[in-house]
Unconditional design. Structure first.
Length: 397
């Protein structure tokens, strides 16, 4: 019976007990993680007895356990931590993530591009898909190429574990279509990003769009350990055919635990996100800001995204260059309040200003953000219902 079909914790424990190497690896790596907490400079390498082929088989089993949703949160956390370590060690993803057949690219040129990747349109099993292709050929330095590959592996692993209506799903990874690079495969979104969609659909419910994004963010932050997106903004919010918003692009996503010891991220890497959405602690020049990325930084970016979605303008839209944005942030400035419109109520502005509080501890949680937005949507709906009632009564003879 495939492990992905395991439905109960009892069945899961039975299968693990049949694989003593797996249990041994989990126990040894858990002990290593605890030792690293006590001694961060520990140099001992765990699992040296595990060869590359055996490590690959173990990663497939670990990923299947994660897919099964069986077992305790503690067990799943251990599985994910171990799979991250093994991927880094053998420099390969679990073969269960790979898609080899029935995928092809469309056209001769990419449809979009970013700092580390190009985006192509493709077809898989007769369905349109998005192919995010790692851009290696432009990186001449092997150390830089290794860093980019590590970042893509991290993105694939983190993204693979996410299942939510407001998170764009990862369909798989292809290693052959764009040799020597590889690509991440996700559904093709004909509606593109939320800002493009709103320009073409001006009557779309803007509160509903914000609630969708907040729900995706809340899901990420509710994981154990929490997952931080790291780059929330309009360009990374895609719209499905039924108008549902999904968070996409997990290139800067991190797991906020000691799992990140296997996936270190530098301040220069985080700076490749968009400056207009960056929390002020990203910009500490004296190195005093913590290197860890916390959920509150997503909340700050979401506050800027509120401005972006409700106005269809960039945050700090009056600033024409990134340098002027940087100077404004260093002065502690925030985007001005837009002219009061139907959607930009006093309650929404109050939420926005709380999201981008200078002190990260003063920002609301993603759950609180979701609650406030849902209440505001209900209030607006009640107002409209009452207005329709009054209008109907005004026409009575």
């Amino acid at each position: 019976m495939p492990l992905s079909q395991v439905q109960s914790h009892t069945q899961l424990e039975a299968i693990v007990s049949l694989n003593p190497d797996l249990q041994r690896a989990l126990d040894e790596y858990d002990a290593y993680r605890r030792a690293r907490i006590l001694n961060p400079n520990l140099q001992r390498e765990p699992l040296l007895w595990l060869g590359a082929a055996a490590a690959q088989r173990m990663m497939v089993t670990l990923q299947a356990e994660l897919d099964s949703n069986a077992g305790s949160e503690s067990h799943r956390r251990s599985c994910f931590s171990l799979i991250c370590h093994l991927v880094k060690r053998i420099r390969a993803l679990p073969i269960s993530l790979l898609v080899i057949k029935d995928v092809e690219r469309v056209g001769r040129n990419p449809v979009a591009g970013g700092g580390f990747a190009d985006v192509w349109r493709g077809i898989m099993n007769g369905e349109d898909v998005c192919l995010k292709v790692l851009r290696l050929v432009t990186e001449q330095d092997e150390r830089t190429r290794a860093t980019v590959r590590k970042r893509f592996c991290r993105e694939a692993l983190v993204w693979r574990q996410l299942k939510h209506p407001h998170i764009l799903p990862l369909l798989g990874v292809n290693m052959e279509l764009f040799l020597p690079s590889f690509c991440l495969i996700s559904p093709w979104m004909e509606n593109k990003d939320i800002i493009t969609f709103l320009k073409q659909n001006p009557n779309h419910n803007l509160f509903r769009a914000l609630i969708d994004v907040a729900a995706g963010m809340c899901y990420l932050h509710s994981r154990d350990p929490p997952i931080v997106h790291g780059d929330i903004r309009g360009a990374n919010i895609l719209v499905t055919n039924d108008g549902r918003c999904c968070l996409a692009d997990f290139g800067l996503a991190l797991v906020t635990s000691d799992v990140t010891q296997a996936w270190s991220i530098t301040s220069s890497e985080t700076s490749k996100g968009a400056l207009r959405w960056m929390a002020p602690e990203y910009l500490e020049l004296d190195g005093s800001a913590p290197t860890s990325i916390y959920p509150s930084r997503d909340v700050y970016a979401f506050g800027c995204t509120i401005i972006e979605i409700l106005t269809q303008n960039l945050p700090f839209h009056h600033c024409k260059t990134e340098y002027t944005v940087f100077c404004a942030l260093m002065r502690g400035e925030r985007p001005d309040r837009p002219p009061k419109k139907e959607w930009f109520t006093d309650n929404i502005w109050a939420l926005t200003t709380r999201c981008w509080a200078q002190n990260a501890l003063d920002r609301p949680s993603s759950h609180e953000v979701s609650v406030v937005l849902c209440r505001e949507l209900e209030r607006k709906q009640e107002e409209r219902a009452w207005e329709r009632f009054e209008w109907a009564n005004s026409w009575k003879p």
